[in-house]
Design a protein around this ligand. Structure first.
Ligand code: 1GP
Length: 241
């Protein structure tokens, strides 16, 4: 089980987020080769708005990927039984019922018959000081970063509701990523794994967030812009305190 391997050794993990719209088949294959070479732990596939068929992207990635391929769906159009698993996201920072339960009801029969691993995830959107695609598409407001008490209470509620993972998200390409103090505050209160992402752009960002208590970091945009950064970011795993 993918989830068990995430929590088993309390090891820090790095997830590479692949947005199919940003790739051709060739560049997808190159990105997977890079992920394999640098020992990326997880490949996530999805985005707030994806126009290319997700199934084709998943199949192309799966052809050569060594790590598990997990759906990170922005919508019901991004489901595929060819993936290894899915982050079944509940957008618990928001108050849009479609993103809390409505889409899940529509997806559940398909997911049940697909046999892919379901990882129930409490997804918390924190203000990254720019309007993110998630905010716009989901029609929800991010929690202000100046309200750590609300963010921590939301994470706690997510755990109490049975989510197996909390994902603290500032939104892809965020001007301001989630900060170390917030990650440490959430980490202290919850016992399930903590994932963080949105606007992580350097090895030092990654190292600082790991040292603050993040268990899994999600890296997307910076690798699309500069694939060479993946090796640098992966190398921080050897330096975590
Ligand atoms: C988005 O957190 C992920 O959901 C990745 O963000 O593209 O900014 O790395 P970036």
């Amino acid at each position: 089980m993918i989830y068990d391997s995430l929590i088993a050794k309390k090891a820090k993990k790095i997830a590479l987020l692949i947005d199919p719209d940003k790739h051709t088949d060739n560049s997808l294959a190159e990105t997977v080769a890079l992920a394999n070479k640098t020992n990326v732990d997880i490949i996530l596939v999805g985005g707030s708005l994806v126009s290319k068929p997700i199934e084709h992207a998943v199949e192309t990635i799966k052809k050569t990927a060594v790590s598990p391929v997990i759906l990170f769906p922005g919508s019901l159009l991004q489901l595929s039984d060819k993936a290894d698993g899915i982050l079944l996201l509940s957008l618990i920072s928001g108050r849009n019922p479609d993103y809390l339960i409505g889409n899940h009801v529509l997806a559940a029969p398909f997911l049940k018959s697909s046999g892919i691993e379901i990882i129930p995830t409490g997804y918390i959107l924190v203000d990254g000081k720019s309007v993110s695609s998630v905010e716009y598409i989901s029609g929800t407001r991010p929690i202000p970063v100046e309200k750590p008490d609300i963010i921590i209470a939301t994470a706690l509620a997510g755990e109490m509701l049975g989510h197996k993972l909390i994902y603290l998200e500032a939104g892809s390409g965020a001007n301001m990523r989630v900060n170390e103090k917030l990650v440490a505050g959430v980490r202290e209160k919850i016992s399930i794994p903590l994932m963080a992402g949105g606007g992580i752009r350097s090895a030092s960002d990654a190292l600082n967030l790991f040292n603050a208590g993040a268990d899994i970091l999600v890296i997307g945009s910076v690798i699309e812009e500069n694939p060479g950064m993946l090796e640098k970011i992966m190398s921080v795993k050897a330096k975590i305190r």
